[in-house]
Design a protein around this ligand. Structure first.
Ligand SMILES: Cc1cc2nc3c(=O)[nH]c(=O)nc-3n(C[C@H](O)[C@H](O)[C@H](O)COP(=O)(O)OP(=O)(O)OC[C@H]3O[C@@H](n4cnc5c(N)ncnc54)[C@H](O)[C@@H]3O)c2cc1C
Length: 472
């Protein structure tokens, strides 16, 4: 094989690109991974998951301190520098960088720093930082270039007063007030974290409720929790214009005539795929009417040796876990390796405070498919662990078929929801029955006990339904 020829070229070193590269290398292929940024890891490490979750952890530590100390006055000084709130970020990022670099080296993945674009269907041009260009040839090409915050002309993001998710953590101090535009995952995660840190948060969204793709009852618990922190939701509202008043406030003018003022604004109106720079035409690729690269369930494009994975596909859920799976699947399919069917059961984990998680069908989806599904509920106020920890804002819902026997889905809001969901995921994958939760002994006190409480709720409803049917 000539020096610039590879079995697999992967573009982008986020979760999707990394897992694609490692999967290929583990299969003994010559793999090169191209990344335009200084560090390996993608948005996930530098602007997404890791920084936002580091700030979230600080907010939670503050909350725990407030809960556990009677003498602590429970107020955080708002002039605390952001660097203090993100004090562990550098350490976490460095540890992650080391781990990722080590993993690539151990697997013999060749790493090249530079920007990639197509020259032809099998050729990618690598432009390095000094402007030098080199053509790399490959049998298989995996695109994993991620996404960036969506911007719209009516809302000018200046990264000082009006910020997006790439720049929000570059604020020097915690603001007194923050308007969040958007009701998606990133908007809700940041809104709840800042609210817990004592910032006056107002979330404005066009939809009738935030996180409109999630179970309505679950979102209600989340919304009430933020409102108790002093947060406000303006839903069903359209923002007409946003402007910095030149003194101290950002002003958002709504279509209904209302003006919302705050010290800073976070614009979180979704993300757009990074595809413009790739020169897709040279590869023979065209976009669909939504501006996305059409792919099949393996991420395979219409040019069969080119694959796309992760956030660049522009389809929900845009999660690191999904991106990793996309990367693995794409390369496994390209190499004819077994792919598995895990894509049918991707858990959704939303790191709001309280957390939200989902797997399988929710109540509304189940009702659309089955006549009269049964729903079992366990409120965290009824669970000893909720009472002990004071984390009572929680609800676990088990969704069962109309017989009350087969599990169809699990929806959770509350502390540790993103961990608890995996028990439901395993149960669903194994085709477990509702009775399986009743016949299991859960440690006491745990939040996981909620599964049994909710299953018993379904059992009660099942018996009632059976006796009504017999009586009829
Ligand atoms: C604020 C925020 C919080 C989040 N929190 C979570 C969370 O808690 N849990 C979760 O699962 N997900 C979370 N996500 C989503 C998660 O970060 C993404 O789903 C994930 O990073 C997508 O991975 P990816 O590999 O597709 O793309 P990315 O991570 O975006 O990586 C793409 C890489 O490709 C590189 N690239 C682009 N174009 C080129 C080119 N032409 N040449 C070379 N390199 C190129 C980019 O520089 C980048 O490094 C969050 C996202 C944000 C923004």
């Amino acid at each position: 094989m000539p020096p610039n020829a590879y079995d697999i070229v992967v573009v982008g070193s986020g979760p999707a690109g990394q897992k694609a590269a490692i999967q290929g290398a583990k299969a003994g292929k010559k793999v090169v991974l191209i990344e335009q940024e200084q560090g390996i890891g993608g948005n996930c490490v530098y602007r997404g998951t890791i920084p936002s979750k580091t700030l979230r952890e600080t907010a939670l530590q503050f909350e725990r301190l407030k809960r556990s100390s009677e003498v602590f006055e429970g107020r955080l000084r708002l002039d605390v520098p952001m660097s203090v709130l993100l004090h562990r970020l550098d350490e976490v990022v460095k540890a992650h960088e080391c781990y990722m670099a080590d993993q690539l080296t151990r697997n013999n993945v060749i790493y090249r720093h530079g920007r990639a674009r197509f020259l032809s269907p099998n050729e990618v041009e690598l432009q390095t930082i000094d402007g030098a260009c080199q053509a790399l040839w490959a049998d298989t090409i995996v695109l994993a270039t991620g996404s960036r915050p969506r911007s719209i002309p009516e809302i000018p993001v200046d990264h000082e007063h009006v910020l997006d998710s790439d720049s929000i953590l570059s604020m020097i101090y915690l603001p007194r007030s923050l308007t969040v535009l958007g009701g998606g995952v990133i908007a809700c995660e940041y809104a709840s974290t800042f609210a817990l840190l004592g910032v006056e948060v107002t979330l404005i969204d066009r939809a009738q409720r935030p996180l409109s793709f999630m179970d309505a009852e679950i979102v209600e618990v989340f919304q009430r929790s933020i409102e108790r922190q002093g947060g406000r939701f303006y839903v069903g509202q359209t923002v007409k214009e946003v402007a910095w008043d030149g003194v101290s406030s950002v002003v958002a003018r709504l279509a209904n005539g209302m003006a919302v003022k705050s010290e800073k604004m976070l614009v979180a109106l979704g993300r757009q795929p990074n595809i413009e720079e790739l020169n897709l035409e040279a590869a023979g690729l065209t976009l669909d009417e939504k501006g996305r690269i059409p792919v099949n369930e393996y991420g395979q494009t219409l040019v069969s040796h080119i694959f796309a994975a992760g956030d660049m596909l522009g389809r929900p859920p845009a999660l690191a876990s999904q991106a990793m799976e996309d990367g693995r699947r794409a390369v496994s399919h390209a190499l004819g390796l077994p792919v598995g069917d895990s894509l049918n059961q991707v858990p959704i984990g939303i790191y709001t405070i309280p957390e939200i998680a989902s797997i399988g069908l929710d109540e509304e989806q189940a009702a659309a498919r089955y006549r009269g599904p049964l729903v079992g509920r366990a409120r965290f106020t009824e669970i000893a662990k909720g009472q002990i920890t004071g984390a009572c804002d929680g609800l676990l819902k088990l969704i069962a078929d109309p017989s009350g026997e087969r599990l169809l889905g699990v929806q959770i809001v509350g502390e540790h929801a993103t961990e608890l969901i995996h028990l439901g995921q395993m149960a669903l994958q194994d085709g477990a029955t509702i009775d399986r939760f009743i016949d299991s002994i859960f440690s006491f006190p745990t939040f996981a006990e909620g599964y049994r409480v909710a299953a018993l709720d379904i059992l009660g409803q099942r018996r009632k339904r059976q006796s009504t049917t017999q009586a009829a």
